[in-house]
Design a protein around this ligand. Structure first.
Ligand SMILES: [Zn+2]
Ligand SMILES: [Zn+2]
Length: 284
């Protein structure tokens, strides 16, 4: 007789006006038949719309949670996890499989936040795996050597003038020649000649660079000093037509005459001798 004791297996959603099975409605103690007035689908849609509209606000609120809120969430998570442990574990495994980048990022964050635990874990692992430690040390040694070599190459490339200075010093040592040229002196010589070739006057460009040249070659007894080095153009293209390329260890006067003719050769020689005078004056 009393209808309220009979619970039907469906009811009407107040929102979408559809009759749906009872379990399509969330539980609500004081709702009709102990169920929500809106179906789960409508509730979810509403929540999604709200979230989309309040994205920034929600983000800010999440970032500004109090420590109690965080702890409450952790407790809730823990309890929920214990309740559904096996299901959670499977979900977690699936998530890890599906989100390798996110997993890596999370691991990185954890590692950054827990350096002491990382060190302790490593120590324990190393103690338990001495053979693996030895093998990994060998690999590291090789990798680091390669890395160090690469760094040296990159540095040399980024500091060409400096490298030249080292190169000259090395050659000078090899030839038991005396003297020393500093990067500053090489820089000063370039500035003196307005960043142009001391012989032909060509600036550095697409096809030519400027190289410090021993005016009297080291092999002919020239010194590795600032008053024996001038910037000469050097071909980048095929390494043949620059002043530096054609002069090599030839006698400078003879080379000037064949390359520029007697008149020009005299003027160039005067300019270079002026420069050497200037260098000597600088060092006094
Ligand atoms: Zn509905
Ligand atoms: Zn030149």
């Amino acid at each position: 007789m009393n209808d309220s004791t009979t619970i039907p297996d469906s009811k009407l959603c107040k929102h979408c006006n559809q009759i749906k099975p009872l379990d399509a409605f969330g539980p609500k103690k004081r709702g009709l038949y102990g169920r929500d007035a809106k179906c789960r689908e409508c509730c979810n849609a509403h929540q999604r719309a709200y979230n989309a509209e309040n994205r920034d606000k929600r983000k800010a609120a999440y970032a500004n949670r109090t420590e109690e809120q965080r702890e409450a969430r952790r407790t809730w998570d823990r309890q929920r996890y214990q309740k559904h442990a096996e299901k959670e574990r499977q979900e977690s495994r699936d998530w890890r499989k599906a989100n390798p980048e996110k997993l890596r990022a999370a691991k990185r964050r954890w590692n950054e936040a827990n350096p002491e635990r990382i060190r302790a874990n490593r120590r324990a692992w190393a103690k338990a795996n001495p053979d693996k430690v030895r093998a990994s040390k060998r690999v590291n040694y090789i990798n680091h050597t390669e890395k160090a070599k690469a760094r040296a190459r990159a540095w040399a490339k980024a500091n060409p003038r400096n490298r030249k200075a080292h190169e000259y010093a090395r050659r000078a040592r090899k030839l038991a020649s005396s003297g020393k040229i500093t990067p500053q002196q090489l820089k000063a010589s370039l500035a003196y000649f307005n960043h142009r070739c001391a012989a032909c006057g060509r600036p550095a460009g697409l096809w030519h660079t400027l190289a410090g040249d021993h005016w009297i070659a080291l092999v002919n007894g020239g010194l590795n000093t600032a008053n024996n080095i001038v910037p000469l153009c050097h071909s980048l293209k095929d390494g043949t037509d620059g002043c530096n390329n054609t002069k090599r260890s030839r006698d400078p006067l003879e080379w000037l005459h064949t390359r520029f003719g007697p008149k020009k050769a005299t003027a160039i020689l005067a300019r270079i001798q002026d420069y050497f005078e200037w260098v000597r004056a600088q060092s006094e």
